[in-house]
Design a protein. Sequence first.
Length: 116
Amino acid sequence: VQFVESGGGLVQPGGSLRLSCATSGFTFSNYGMSWYRQAPGKVRQLVASLNPAGRSANYADSVQGRFTITRDNAKNTVYLQMNSLKPEDTAVYYCNFRTVGPRSSWGQGTQVTVSS
């Protein structure tokens, strides 16, 4: 199982970014997928989840209405469109299965920094 996140960067408050996560090593279309983030000194938190068909999404209250999770099952890739970014969105962003545990493997993540 492999997750390779990309698309992060430095953006001003109010800006947008689109994150991508290329996956391999499993049958992508069978699994719900999620984006997580971890800010310095804080625990990793769930940001958004999407069911295998890509029709049912859930979001953390802090990103509801600003972030959109989508997936392309033909490309084994999950995306996170982030709009109206705030400084508190600054974190390393990871993708993984919708359900993770202590032994779950993680990619390297992609750094998102929101600052003027």
